[in-house]
Ligand binder design. Sequence first.
Ligand SMILES: [Zn+2]
Length: 178
Amino acid sequence: MSSQSAPSIAQPTFRDGDFVPTREVPFSSELDEMIAEIRAGNAPNIGRFCGYCSAPLGKEDSCGVCGETTDRTPAVDKIDRELAQIYHAKRKREGLYVHLAAWTGILLATGLSILMILFLPGWTKVFAVIFLVLGGYFAGVFFGNVLIQGFAYRAGLKMFARRWAQWRASSGAARSAS
Ligand SMILES: [Zn+2]
């Protein structure tokens, strides 16, 4: 195995299958919701956010996501544009996986019902049609919602971890200079 000397990127931490935010991967589901609302035009980009990871602070002086305190890193009143894009890209990536999985399920069910049409004798071919409709629906839901959720969840967080580290490396330097 060749070991690359690329800077190692922190992996998301999971406890009992659930993501636990850390200082290295400070994904905030609260911020995720907020960014989606802002992008949809339902909320203004204003508030009180952690100066390190941008998680909403409310009235708190320490961040529940990354543990940073406002004494060390002053709170900011806006979500960074690039960070908002990273959150959005994570959602899009997860949605893509879910769609692909759902379509895989639908195609599998369609393939199966074609086989049934070919091999079922006489009037029993009607089952193939029933299977096509119901099987396609349930396979789509099953593949899209059940089977892929965990995978999409982890893949999305991995992508977030990588892009967050890049964002932090670039904007962190800009911030400390100002
Ligand atoms: Zn924070």
